[in-house]
Write a protein that binds this ligand. Structure first.
Ligand code: COA
Length: 288
């Protein structure tokens, strides 16, 4: 059971620091991403990060796996700098990984880890801004980041990590959306509150971009986006990427790349990922 502060009965969130706990984080990376040894964040680096302002938190379940000491999820971030919305170089926290092992998902553990990360960063008193990246093709991550945590984005990074050969990324360009989590902003407080309400999106408030055609990639509705456009945009997202054959996956990938780059170039911000009646899951981009 999850409450607004992210407390879940039978699950404890705590700071990780010991070499053994850092090795357990590596086991979790292997479980979740099926990462090869070369892609694991080294345990010695995790220890150095935690001793120098980084935040490494683990979620432990009473019935969690014995080989990870009961750890079923973790989140990792560290201090950094970035150009803020006023164009100034400012301190921020850079979040690099969050994972929950499959059999413990959809119980609120991911949210509890992010809420605890938020508290830890605010307690440092250095910054109220956390950024991270996610794959625009991954619908669950889009809902988690935009809808449930209240992040926003206007940054699209082409092939951010080069080739990754883990199970999730193999064979695709690693384009990423970078999200901004403004920890004390009204939208974050609203998204993470126990009384959160979903905004309804009537079709007349939206400019709905059609999904890519199965034979030819159509960007017709995107190229018509102009300065006169005042509605929010609804851009479709694939329901799931796994069963899509490679060609279709690449088509969606290029469609989303084009859509985000075009919209961001025209001043839109990505603000949500919602399920629209009858037409399914869409990104929402607001003119700013
Ligand atoms: C992303 C991840 C950490 C979420 O962990 P989790 O413990 O399952 O997340 P929660 O149970 O706290 O879910 C929070 C919200 O995310 C959304 N969500 C999570 N799983 C979902 C699913 N399968 N389908 C739709 N929405 C989902 C829901 O909105 C959910 O809130 P709700 O249940 O109140 O509607 C987990 O799926 C994961 O480890 N994924 C693989 C690693 C990864 O991609 N990490 C990068 C994330 S940016």
């Amino acid at each position: 059971m999850n409450n607004a502060k992210g407390h879940i009965s039978g699950v404890e969130i705590r700071v990780l620091q010991s070499p053994v706990e850092c090795q357990h984080v590596q086991f979790l990376q292997q479980r979740v991403w099926e990462s090869s040894d070369i892609d694991l964040v080294p345990a010695h680096m995790l220890i150095t990060i935690t001793k120098n302002g980084g935040v490494l938190l683990g979620a432990f379940a009473l019935d969690g796996p014995r080989e990870t000491g009961g750890m079923v999820g973790f989140v990792l971030s560290w201090p950094g700098y970035g150009t803020d919305h006023r164009g100034q170089l400012s301190p921020k926290h850079c979040s690099h990984m969050i994972a929950v092992i499959p059999e413990y998902r959809q119980r609120g553990i991911g949210l509890a880890l992010k809420f605890a990360q938020r508290e830890a960063v605010l307690a440092q008193g250095i910054t109220e801004w956390i950024t991270w990246t996610f794959d625009p093709m991954q619908r669950i991550n889009a809902i988690f980041n935009l809808n449930r945590l209240g992040t926003i984005s206007n940054t699209y990074i082409l092939d951010a990590y080069g080739n990754l050969d883990d199970a999730i990324n193999f064979g695709l360009p690693t384009d990423r959306l970078q999200v901004d989590w403004y920890l004390r902003s009204p939208r974050v407080l609203a998204a993470t509150s126990a009384e959160r309400t979903e905004h309804a999106w009537p079709a007349e408030e939206l400019h709905i971009v059609p999904a890519p055609d199965t034979k030819t990639v159509s960007h017709s509705n995107l190229s018509r986006l102009g300065v006169e456009q005042t509605n929010s945009l609804a851009v479709p997202i694939p329901h799931t990427v796994n069963p899509l054959e490679d060609a279709r996956m690449l088509q969606w990938h290029h469609f989303l790349r084009k859509a985000m780059q075009t919209a961001f170039g025209r001043g839109y911000h990505l603000t949500n990922c919602v399920c629209l009646p009858e037409i399914g899951w869409h990104y929402i981009l607001a003119p700013c």
